[in-house]
Design a protein around this ligand. Structure first.
Ligand code: SF4
Length: 576
């Protein structure tokens, strides 16, 4: 029987609750968004006592369904001011699911200066004072926690940025090697965790009861079919394992949609130096690992371990978004410098996408020049120190743009844009504009069709039909985010007609249900509706579902296009 762990930091109280009817049958983003919408005052301060940080494994978490180990974090976001969900791989989701924990709800607020570790195990949860970890970098903190609680624990940890409540702070999660390479990056949820006084959540899965599956044979049969579709797909079965997500650098550059030097061009002259192909060569030469699963049960293996020339393991999970953000968007074409920036972000506990956008805006403001890698490193070190400039950097691109009077800030609802210029990938632009999450490619990954051509190729430059396409992707993604499945299963689910039914079959076999594909679509719509409703209560209107004006006026080379999806089309995404 699944339980909810409710932790109140004001009262220093930890309770184990049955899952109420309201939250029963929900997982991942469905769970986090339902709790935030029902229990958080939309008008509260995101860093105040009334906000709650909610953590939930997916509905298929802890099973042998491939790539189902993601865990969702949700809260009112300090970056967007709206509802937020950010999901991540690693081992945390699987451990929680196997302990039969449907969710953790962290509420209240510790006194200033107090710091705690939440220890979760088969007996429940306890709060442990952790003043010795205060302001510790994430990698050091995780090493100390593993030494104390054992090598096999799963850990979610924040860095100095989260403790200082910076709005771009992330939450790091340990991968299968116990290294904190996985990041719940978006929306500043690390600042919410810091505001509660929680430095880390440690999950010890020893003697976990495991998940209950009503019909194991049917489940295993469907899991096998699903695995087969992932393996047979050319992207999830070949491209991603070989080059990681950084395979997209050359592809997006070729498509003229790789945002370069603060979104001023869609092509970066040094793209090949930071491409997946170059990265693989370097990793092999330095005896790193180019193909690595971040999470138990992952069979796509898009992660990696990257070493510097002297053999130092500098970073893992070196992904397209981070390489683009800290590379092309800042005009930096040296992969080793990008890797050092990535490690700094992970250690300080800052979202790499938001930092790439912020450093890009800082370069536009003339604080440092485009291409200045050492200058970028110094900016992040300011954030680590918590200097006034560092606090501005750690608060994200919208804040830095305001402070320095910069008009060209690539953001929606206060959150920096990911690695696809919306003027050259217009369906993705619709997702950035209209997602309740702010600019977030994972909220509706239209790139799969616009660039990869999965499920049919569409012209990324044509505004027609893009609102409908984004809507379909947003609904499908919201449903997928409830299951714990990794986004990268989408390449197979879009192209192989056996993949989606296999997911529905697994849900039915696990919970003894008779869901159809339509029911899963309805679930996605319901999640989005819940999130939109919360944002409306915050005060968001249609005017917030727009891209920055400069993107509708300033032509993006090399295609020289602007973002020209009409406001009527944008508004149609959430009608009905
Ligand atoms: S495909 Fe990549 S991101 Fe997804 S679970 Fe596997 S390693 Fe992690």
């Amino acid at each position: 029987m699944s339980k909810i762990i409710r932790v109140n930091l004001t009262k220093k109280e930890v309770k184990l609750e049955d899952v109420s009817k309201e939250y029963d049958g929900l997982g991942g983003r469905g769970f986090t968004s339902a709790v935030v919408a029902a229990e958080v005052n939309p008008l509260c301060h995101p860093l105040g006592e009334e906000n709650k940080l909610v953590i939930a494994p997916g509905l298929l978490g802890g099973t042998n369904c491939p790539n189902s180990g993601r865990v969702s974090f949700g809260a009112k976001s300090p970056l967007t001011g709206g509802i937020k969900e950010s999901n991540v791989g690693g081992t945390l989701g699987v451990r929680l699911a196997k302990l039969q924990i449907a969710g953790i709800i962290i509420e209240g607020k510790a006194k200033d200066g107090e710091s705690y570790v939440l220890l979760v195990n088969k007996d429940g949860a306890t709060l442990k004072p952790s003043n010795e970890l205060k302001n510790e970098l994430v990698y050091n903190a995780v090493e100390k926690l593993r030494a104390k609680y054992g090598e096999k624990v799963a850990i979610a940890c924040i860095g100095p940025a989260g403790e200082a409540k910076m709005a771009a702070a992330n939450i790091s999660v340990t991968d299968i090697d116990g290294v904190p390479t996985r990041q719940a990056g978006r929306g500043g949820l690390g600042a919410v965790m810091g505001s509660k006084g929680i430095k880390a959540i440690v999950v010890d899965g020893t003697d976990a009861p495991g998940v209950n599956i009503k019909d194991k044979d049917s489940f295993n049969k469907a899991a096998k079919v699903f695995a087969d579709t992932l393996k047979k797909d050319s992207i999830s079965g070949e491209g991603l394992p070989l080059y990681g997500t950084a395979i997209l650098i050359n592809i997006l550059n070729e498509a003229g949609a790789l945002p370069t030097k603060n979104f001023s061009s869609g092509r970066f002259e040094e793209a090949n130096n930071i491409s997946g192909e170059t990265m693989r060569e370097i990793i092999l030469k330095r005896k790193g690992n180019p193909t690595h699963p971040c999470s138990p049960g992952c069979i796509i293996d898009c992660s990696n371990v990257y070493k510097l020339e002297d053999g130092t393991e500098i970073t893992g999970g070196f992904e397209y978004e981070s390489i683009w953000a800290l590379g092309a968007n800042c005009g930096i074409g040296d992969l080793d410098i990008v890797a050092r920036l990535n490690r700094l972000c992970d250690d300080i506990g800052l979202d790499t996408i938001e930092m790439g956008d912020t450093i890009g805006v800082a370069m536009e403001a003339g604080i440092i020049s485009f291409g200045d890698g050492e200058g970028a490193i110094n900016l992040l070190k300011e954030a680590e120190k918590g200097s006034p400039l560092g606090k501005i950097v750690g608060s994200g691109c919208t804040c830095l743009g305001k402070v320095y009077g910069i008009e060209r800030v690539p953001q929606v609802k206060g959150q920096g844009m990911p690695a696809y210029d919306p003027r050259a990938t217009k369906g993705t632009g619709v997702t950035y504009a209209t997602s309740p999450m702010g600019a977030d490619h994972t909220a509706g990954y239209v790139i799969a069709m616009e660039i990869a051509g999965c499920g049919g190729k569409v012209d990324p430059l044509d505004p027609k039909g893009k609102a409908d396409l984004s809507k379909a992707f947003q609904v499908a993604t919201a449903a997928t985010d409830c299951t714990g499945l990794c986004l990268f299963v989408a390449f197979a689910t879009l192209t192989n007609e056996r993949a989606n039914p296999a997911v529905v079959d697994m849900l039915n076999a696990m919970y003894g249900l008779k869901l159809t594909g339509d029911d899963v679509t309805k679930l996605g719509k319901k999640v989005l509706q819940t999130e939109r409703d919360f944002n409306k209560r915050v005060g968001f209107t249609k005017a917030h579902d727009r891209l920055p004006l400069f993107m509708t006026k300033e032509k993006l080379p090399p295609h020289n296009t602007v973002f020209d999806v009409s406001n009527e089309d944008l508004d149609s995404v959430h009608e009905d």
